[in-house]
Ligand binder design. Structure first.
Ligand code: COD
Length: 307
């Protein structure tokens, strides 16, 4: 079971170098993270983007450009298309988002012809390692599905449970978050949360322990739950925080990164090959963690199945 980012990076390195395809690599933080990944034998990078700009940036940050394979593509969308195609065709093992908008990146990932779709719903997960929490915490979905209905939420949950299996987390505990623990039609996320808990209790959602609706204080702290008179097997020990909307997840994950010193990695789940994606503003360390996560997912199970 991987308990923090250091262990994740170590495990990824021990699995050997993987070929990483980067969509729109014209970014200092991206290039610094990739250079570090090369230094520690984690990845061999294939960069797609404007070669002149990439070479200038490498020079600026003092990195030798002969260590990288750069495919010169000036048009942003074409760079993403070629980076995605490199992975779907098997030329590279996993994909990473560089300096490009999330929706442009994801539209290419979803392309029916050259993309990385599978039969299931794709979703985003942020994996966080916090000094104030005793294990990894997965927040989903703060990056792809804007307002998932209950059917989509079940797929998002199942994707994150499969991710846990790949991180060695057995029977993960899932807190389905809301603002309160009571179920109310006026707060539809509480109704969905209660239904997911029931489905888990009935064995329709498997390989995890689901509880909700839970407010975030009860989900984070068993003392808080006890104080509120809530008995929950998940309170204070959750592996997965399932959020009601993309905005909620995005705010939660970024708050934990900026205010609680969380180290993070991010990935799109359910794809036919691994895809790593975090915010454009993330620092090199966060991007390196994501590269490690992608490399680990590329190693696990069937090479072409990161679902
Ligand atoms: N999984 C699988 N297939 C999907 C998914 C998904 N999550 N989303 C859409 N599709 C398929 C649809 O079934 C359809 O076949 C095709 O893709 C197009 O669907 P649309 O028209 O509903 O979706 P798009 O192409 O307009 O947008 C899809 C995005 C994922 C790009 C969009 O939902 C989006 O921009 N999400 C938010 C991303 C974001 O801003 N994140 C910010 C955090 S960093």
């Amino acid at each position: 079971m991987i308990k923090n980012m250091e262990e994740l990076v170590k495990k990824a390195v021990s699995g050997g170098k993987k070929i990483l395809s980067v969509a729109c690599a014209e970014d200092e933080n991206v290039l610094e993270a990739i250079a570090r990944a090369v230094d520690i034998d984690l990845a061999y990078p294939l960069l797609f983007g404007d070669k002149g700009v990439i070479v200038d940036l490498l020079k600026k940050i003092g990195i030798e450009n002969s260590r990288f394979e750069i495919v010169d593509v000036k048009d942003e969308n074409e760079a993403v298309r070629q980076a995605v195609s490199a992975v779907s065709s098997g030329q590279a093992d996993f994909l990473m988002k560089g300096l490009v908008s999330t929706s442009k990146f994801l539209k290419n990932v979803l392309d029916k012809e050259y993309g990385l779709r599978s039969s299931q719903l794709l979703s985003h997960a942020a994996i966080l390692s916090l000094p104030s929490y005793h294990k990894l915490l997965i927040v989903t979905d703060g990056g792809m599905n804007e307002h998932p209905d209950i059917g989509a939420k079940i797929h998002i949950l199942e994707n994150s449970v499969r991710l846990c299996e790949k991180l060695g987390i057995v029977n993960p505990k899932v807190a389905v978050l809301a603002g309160v623990e009571t179920v109310s039609e006026k707060q539809p996320e509480t109704v969905d949360a209660a239904q997911m808990s029931k489905m888990n209790f009935n064995g329709q959602i498997k390989n995890c322990v689901v509880d909700g609706p839970l407010a975030i204080d009860a989900a984070l702290s068993s003392e808080s739950a006890t104080h509120k008179n809530i008995k929950s097997p998940v309170a204070g020990d959750a592996d997965i925080f399932m959020v009601p909307s993309m905005s909620a997840g995005n705010m939660l994950a970024k708050s934990l990164i900026y205010l609680a010193s969380a180290q993070a990695a991010g990935a799109i789940l359910g794809t036919s090959k691994p895809v790593v994606m975090l915010s454009r503003s993330d620092e090199p360390k966060t991007k390196l963690n994501s590269i490690a996560l992608g490399s680990l997912l590329a190693q696990s199970g069937k090479a072409a199945d990161c679902s």
